[in-house]
Ligand binder design. Structure first.
Ligand code: MN
Length: 509
């Protein structure tokens, strides 16, 4: 790849843990947030938005913990234009290796009139006052003009000039409602660059939503017009239709570096594993045709394409799957493969197990190998996916289960262990899964509600491993958690997933 020194570096600002996590069904346990934060740092993300500390005690604690584990990446916290918010944000990130305060205020007439009920003059005063307040606490202050794309350009320029004069170091122009087109995004950035005093001394950022499917295109149009920072999320998760997808922005800039004349510091070979980590934690499967990270993104099905790719990959492949870290799926293990073959394969797949971990996982692998003819890489991934993450404390453990099911009725007897004691409960239900879930609720004394339940096979074949995902909501506080379970028996996978979500909900964050 050609690298010329005059190419611009584009900062990657990841908001998976803030905009992504606050979207429906994407709540993460604190330990999961820490795993994601470390994975983002390892892949080279420049700025990690860890949350919105003023929103709750749990959120404040999570941001503070994330700030404490990051060593290189800059952590930031979102704050409304309120002194209390900024104080709270500062408290949460102040001990980090590097931090930024991120303040926002809406500037569009719709938001000023109907949401904030303030005049343009008041908005300007608020921007000035709070930017100065934040700047007294932090060297690095980002100001976001919410709904910038529906703000008249002269007023947006006035707001921008105010923030710069008050000490802001990054100005962010979000397409909050996903309304803009790429052409308009480019024009907005160009207008700002030509009409705001001191703009050359600050970094210009964009934050685009995907309501019309243009979040990535809009972000790239802004980069072309001179933006130096892009806000995005892994897999494009986020409010409503989501945010601009980080993997698409990074790979567009990399694949078309000749066109954009820019680069990022992202280690693209980590894209695939980070995408998998996030989708597994939030329990959202990617569509197979998702750009860059979908299952079919590099599959050539038609005969003509296959022939072309076999002759020369460049015919139909603009990216190498290896560049984003897609594992090659050839080698498998069988029933007779020993510990040596097992550890060799793990090493090749990028897992480095301590001898103790190898001792723990080898019997689990053997158990699967006894039940299945072939153990694939996907099976190994499913088996080990949680192994290198922070543990979610198990308050309850599944000890035993027994079900009987007929056409219109089923009953399940479940035994759970808690604090060294085993308790058993039998319940009836509409089916074996329903009966089992009811028995777990009865044993734990909870009335958690099941809002989503999915079963997938991890690999192919009738003996494939089943992976269950459940989403449970606590009716008391509305908190939602995703649980996962993996087994060759789908009922066991379902019970494990239900318990996993239960254990997460029972832990105070
Ligand atoms: Mn947003």
């Amino acid at each position: 790849m050609n690298t010329t020194t005059d190419q611009r570096k584009i900062l990657i600002f990841d908001t998976t843990l803030r905009d992504g996590e606050q979207s429906p069904g994407c709540s993460m346990h604190l330990n999961e947030k820490l795993d994601v934060a470390e994975a983002l740092e390892a892949m080279g993300v420049d700025i990690i938005e860890a949350g919105f500390p003023a929103s709750s005690e749990g959120e404040f604690k999570a941001v503070r913990e994330i700030a404490s584990v990051l060593k290189r990446a800059r952590v930031t916290a979102l704050c409304r234009c309120k002194k209390e918010d900024i104080d709270r944000g500062y408290e949460a990130v102040k001990d980090a290796a590097a931090f930024r305060l991120h303040i926002f205020l809406a500037t569009s007439p719709i938001h000023l009139e109907h949401k904030l009920r303030i005049t343009e003059d008041t908005a300007i005063e608020m921007i000035d006052l709070h930017t100065r307040y934040a700047r007294a606490l932090a060297e690095d202050v980002e100001f976001s003009f919410e709904d910038a794309t529906r703000t008249p350009l002269p007023f947006l320029a006035k707001a921008a000039a105010t923030a710069i004069a008050a000490g802001a170091t990054t100005l962010n122009f979000p397409d909050t409602v996903g309304y803009a087109t790429p052409h308009e995004m480019g024009e907005m950035i160009t207008y700002i660059r030509n009409n705001v005093a001191g703009i050359e001394n600050v970094n210009i950022s964009v934050h685009c939503h995907n309501d019309l499917g243009m979040a990535v295109a809009n972000s790239l149009a802004a980069v072309q017009a001179g933006a130096g920072q892009v806000e995005c999320t892994v897999n494009g998760i986020g409010e409503r239709a989501g945010n601009a997808a980080m993997e698409e922005i990074v790979m567009s800039l990399r694949t078309r570096r000749d066109f954009f004349d820019c680069f990022t510091d992202i280690d693209t070979t980590r894209i695939y594993s980070v995408s998998k980590l996030v989708s597994s934690i939030v329990g959202i499967k990617l569509p197979p045709n998702k750009a860059i990270v979908g299952r079919n993104a590099f599959v050539h099905e038609s005969g003509i394409h296959q022939h072309g790719v076999l002759t020369n990959k460049c015919t139909y492949e603009i990216m190498n799957p290896r560049d984003i870290g897609v594992p090659e799926n050839a080698l498998v293990l069988g029933k007779h493969s020993g510990k040596h073959a097992f550890t060799e394969l793990l090493a090749e797949m990028g897992y480095s197990l301590t001898p103790e971990q190898a001792e723990t996982f080898f019997p689990k692998y053997k158990e699967i190998a006894d039940r299945k003819k072939e153990v694939t890489r996907s099976d190994i991934d499913a088996l080990l996916s949680g192994a290198f993450r922070r543990r979610i404390k198990r308050i309850y453990t599944l000890k035993d289960y027994e079900v009987t099911a007929y056409k219109n009725s089923a009953s399940a007897s479940i035994s759970l262990e808690a604090e060294g004691k085993i308790h058993t409960e039998r319940m009836t239900g509409d089916g074996p899964v329903d009966a089992g879930f009811k028995a777990i609720n009865s044993l734990t004394g909870q009335n958690f509600k099941l809002v989503d339940y999915q079963l997938h096979s991890v690999s192919e074949g009738k003996d494939a491993l089943g992976e269950a995902t459940v989403k449970l909501v606590s009716p008391d506080d509305g908190k939602m958690m995703t649980g996962k379970g993996v087994s060759t028996d789908v009922l066991e996978a379902s019970l494990l997933a239900y318990l996993n979500a239960t254990n997460k909900l029972l832990q105070e964050e």
